[in-house]
Design a protein around this ligand. Structure first.
Ligand code: FPP
Length: 250
């Protein structure tokens, strides 16, 4: 814990941090690399450092947008290389996950990923399933609108079959039909690279998340940038619709 700056309040660390890791392509271009893949490769290193720093500071859930349903529209070569990178990363990072007691999890339609990715993903998820310090969730072939559509379909089928009444549907029922059923909603959402968009990420779950945007490109996002985001989070007042006076009196 010695590496945590003492102006960070360890009793108010966000329990769940979600990240949109954006800017890999622009980083590669800026550095003069000919392919965007170099940016994704260094992006993996940034992810390793941020996952380790998150576990170290006491974040319990870290959810990162690794591949969106829209990313299939990228050039075929980039999609293929990203899938290869996913396979090689999962294979290589098992030690880091075990050493830091991180459980690997995923959200999204992973059954549409190449078989090799699915196999590797399942192996690492299985090998780390008893790790308790932090859950690292990879959003892979994930899109929030598809997630909501799937939930509505499943719930409608349950109503149609009589397993559930339409009046039983409340927020917790919807929560239970999301990919994120077993994890709390994010307290803090970070997007790198100076873009101010949510891009179909966790739309239902971020209703009350604090949003943090930084111009830093993802491959350059370091532990001190994570600490800056947490400091900003700790400086905000989360009111959940109440007044400031009500929050302060509790
Ligand atoms: C956005 O940068 C990033 C992605 C679409 C993929 C994120 C992937 C990684 C960090 C590495 C792969 C992850 C794993 C777990 C293997 P961009 O390409 O959209 O950047 P740009 O906006 O500058 O073009």
């Amino acid at each position: 814990m010695s590496e945590v700056p003492n102006d960070i309040d360890l009793s108010r660390i966000p329990k769940h941090v979600a990240i949109i890791m954006d800017g890999n392509g622009r980083w590669a271009k800026k550095q003069g690399f000919l392919t965007r893949m170099r940016g994704h490769e260094i992006g993996v290193e940034a992810l390793r450092d941020i996952a380790t720093a998150s576990a170290e500071i006491g974040i319990e859930y870290l959810t990162v947008y690794a591949f969106s349903t829209e990313n299939w529209n990228r050039p075929k070569a980039e999609v293929g290389a990203l899938m290869e990178l996913l396979v090689s990363t999962l294979g290589k990072e098992l030690d880091t996950l075990q050493k830091n007691e991180i459980r690997l999890n995923s959200i999204g339609q992973t059954d549409a990923l190449p078989k090799k990715c699915q196999r590797e993903l399942n192996e690492v998820k299985d090998a780390t399933r008893n790790n308790k310090r932090m859950t690292l969730t990879l959003a892979l072939n994930y899109g929030a609108k598809t997630e909501i559509v799937n939930a509505v379909q499943t719930i409608s089928e349950k109503v149609a079959s009589g397993e559930m009444k339409s009046t039983d549907i409340d927020e917790s029922v919807i929560d239970q039909h999301m990919f994120t059923a077993d994890i709390p909603h994010p307290d803090l959402l970070i997007r790198t690279s100076g873009e101010y968009r949510i891009s179909n990420y966790l739309l239902w779950q971020i209703a009350y998340s604090e949003l943090y945007f930084t111009p830093v490109l993802w491959p350059d996002f370091k532990k001190h940038d994570l600490h800056d985001a947490i400091r900003t989070y700790q400086g905000r007042e989360r009111r959940f619709g109440k007044t400031s006076e009500q929050i302060q009196s509790t």
